[in-house]
Ligand binder design. Structure first.
Ligand SMILES: [Mn+2]
Length: 472
């Protein structure tokens, strides 16, 4: 299966290599996966001395494909999107040469002018074994072996796509190997915590929802007391906040043991605090680009706040754009913290329904539509809910619609298809054709006037499912 897919990528790369020297139109998705893809393509096509024009789209619509079809290009590359709009591409771009590098759920068959390079066509799980940036990387590697030094960007994309679940599977594993061999990436074992390189230690602990630390998570003075009880200094000799990366070996051991002890009793897996830390070797210590997880967040920040060129510049190694993107990251983090605070404050109100097996969060205007997926992902990776809990979140968009976002909590695979579930609910609400994603993470857009009906159906379907589970 994998081999068939790799052969197809090779065939497509050969095709690209032998195209006439005309500019290529590139369209990538807005998230960290899409921006990683865009960076890999930018670097690759520059190396081949090919001209191109790149745009980043929040999502592809029929209208967008129609606009693209009016442009005067012969060759198009879609990365991390395209599969969902295959029918429109078939119809509106039938007279161009198209490459689609996408891992989203299949819909319809493609015409001969399209190289549809979707791993799902070959029985590969596009939800966890490879992401858009991974496909783009393999395509570029097939084009030129030199591009093996871009593998770390695909790893960042896969991490951004939440495909790293205590390690990688499938083709992602191969890509990780390339990234390590290229000398760009190193894998260490350490505390699985966000902000290792950049945040004051007590903040990292305070905001650590996964792993959850009783008495510390969500409690600033709890976090400070905890560190003081371990005699870990909060500040260095110059009065600067210390980061996790600054701890010496003894301090780190002490901290890990203490966190495990705190989690005893209340947690099923108290030692679940350790995991892989993916370190970018060429980046400076204490930079958000040192840790692949933070790098992915930085790319997300650039996308969500509408500054994609900063993110792509950071991937490509432009020092000036790197520092600008770091400033943007601070803004983004403040917004995430505000979103988390909103969530905790509203947990016991009607805006957040917590029932056996599922959670529905209706953030209305309180969380940006471009941020609701991020919030849901963060909560799904926390220990707040039992593994396998279905999480459905909603937020208003600026144009009178509602963005719906779905995740499953925990890290394991469950026999539940989020995309099918949300498609079912959206169909019943009477507003289909706006569902996307895959088994593990899905989304939809519904009109705001359907809010009540949608909520009611979603709840009904989930309650039914739970009662069936209990009965069996
Ligand atoms: Mn993707």
């Amino acid at each position: 299966m994998e081999e068939e897919f790799l052969n197809k990528l090779k065939e497509a790369a050969d095709k690209l290599r032998n195209l006439e020297k005309k500019p290529i139109r590139i369209i990538c998705h807005l998230d960290s996966d899409g921006l990683s893809s865009a960076s890999i393509l930018t670097k690759t096509l520059s190396r081949e001395n090919l001209d191109f024009s790149l745009s980043i789209f929040k999502g592809l619509t029929r209208e967008a494909v129609r606009m693209l079809s009016m442009e005067d290009y012969s060759y198009y590359i879609f990365a991390d999107l395209g599969t969902g709009q295959l029918n429109d591409i078939n119809e509106l771009l039938h007279d161009r040469t198209i490459f689609i590098l996408d891992h989203h759920e299949l819909q319809g068959d493609s015409k001969e002018n399209i190289y549809h390079l979707n791993p799902c066509l070959y029985g590969i799980d596009g939800g966890k074994d490879i992401c858009g940036a991974g496909i783009t990387y393999l395509f570029c590697k097939a084009l030129n072996e030199k591009n093996k030094d871009l593998a770390h960007l695909a790893v960042i994309g896969a991490i951004g796509e939440v495909q790293e679940k205590k390690g990688f599977t499938g083709l992602n594993q191969e890509i990780l190997k390339d990234a390590i061999l290229s000398g760009k990436l190193e894998v260490r074992t350490g505390l699985r915590m966000f902000g290792f390189q950049t945040r004051p230690i007590h903040r990292v602990l305070q905001y650590s929802t996964d792993p959850y630390i009783p008495g510390v998570t969500g409690d600033e003075s709890g976090a400070i007391d905890f560190l003081q009880s371990l005699s870990i200094e909060l500040k260095d000799d110059y009065g600067e906040w210390r980061k996790l990366v600054n701890l010496n070996e003894d301090e780190m051991k002490k901290l890990i043991t203490a966190i495990i002890l705190k989690r005893m009793g209340s947690e099923k897996t108290p030692d679940d605090v350790l995991g892989n830390v993916y370190v970018l070797r060429d980046e400076k210590e204490e930079s958000p680009m040192k840790d692949a997880r933070e790098f992915a967040t930085l790319l997300n920040a650039c996308g969500r706040l509408g500054k994609v060129s900063l993110g792509i510049g950071a991937c490509i190694g432009d020092e000036n754009l790197k520092s600008k993107s770091i400033e943007l990251l601070d803004e983004y983090k403040r917004e995430i913290i505000n979103n988390l605070n909103w969530f905790y404050k509203n947990r016991k109100t009607e805006k957040i329904i917590e029932e056996n097996g599922f959670v529905i969060i209706n953030a209305e205007n309180n969380v940006r539509d471009t941020m609701i997926g991020t919030l849901t992902s963060m909560l799904s990776r926390s220990n707040l809910y039992e593994d396998g809990t279905i999480m459905l979140s909603m937020a208003y968009t600026l144009d009178g619609e509602i963005k719906v976002s779905l995740r499953l909590s925990g890290y394991k695979d469950y026999d539940f298809d989020l995309r099918e579930f949300i498609k079912d609910v959206v169909d019943r609400t009477g507003h289909g054709n706006s569902v996307g994603g895959h088994k593990q993470a899905a989304g939809a857009i519904i009109p705001q006037e359907k809010e009540e009906t949608f909520l009611q159906y979603a709840k009904e379907v989930l309650q039914n499912r739970m009662s069936k589970l209990v009965a069996s």
